[in-house]
Design a protein around this ligand. Structure first.
Ligand code: SF4
Ligand code: SF4
Length: 125
C-alpha cells in the first residue's frame, strides 16, 4: 500500500466484488499464503474469499465499517487479486472498478492524482 492510501477509510471493493483467485494461493497448497479457513471453492481451479460470493458481498477478512476505518485482517497474506487491485489514481492510473465500488457504497469518487496537478502520483509500495 502506498503512503497515501484512500483504502484505509474505504473498504468498498472488499464489499462489492467476488474476490476470486487461483486455488494454489491457498496456504493448503505449496507456497500458498491465503488462509484456507477463510476461502471457499468456486470452480475446480478457482477459490474466493468467504463472504464475497453472495448477493451482498463482504469479505470475512475485512474488519471495521466500510467508508470509515477498515483493515484487512490478512493483509500480509491476501491474494494476488487483492494485491493487484489499484485504487483510482494509484501510480497515476484510472481504476473504474474502484470508483464503481465506492459509488455503490455512497463514497465520493477519488481524484486521478490525489496529490494535485503537477505532483507525482502516489505509487504502490
Ligand atoms: S474501492 Fe478503491 S479506495 Fe476503496 S478500498 Fe478498494 S481500492 Fe481502496
Ligand atoms: S482479503 Fe483483505 S484486501 Fe482482500 S478482499 Fe478481503 S479484506 Fe479486502
Amino acid at each position: 500500500m502506498s503512503e497515501f492510501s484512500p483504502c484505509l477509510d474505504c473498504g468498498a471493493c472488499c464489499s462489492t466484488f467476488r474476490v476470486s483467485f487461483y486455488w494454489g494461493e491457498s496456504d493448503s497448497a505449496p507456497g500458498g499464503v491465503v488462509p484456507d479457513r477463510l476461502i471457499e471453492q468456486v470452480t475446480p481451479h478457482m477459490s474466493c474469499m468467504q463472504g464475497t460470493n453472495q448477493p451482498q458481498p463482504r469479505c470475512v477478512a475485512l474488519m471495521g465499517d466500510v467508508g470509515s476505518a477498515v483493515r484487512c485482517s490478512i493483509y500480509e497474506n491476501r491474494s494476488s487479486t487483492c494485491r493487484e487491485f489499484p485504487f483510482h489514481g494509484e501510480n497515476g492510473l484510472e481504476s473504474p472498478d474502484c470508483q464503481r465500488a465506492r459509488a455503490l457504497h455512497g463514497l465520493p469518487p477519488l481524484p486521478s492524482n490525489p496529490r494535485g496537478p503537477g505532483q507525482a502520483p502516489p505509487v504502490a509500495a
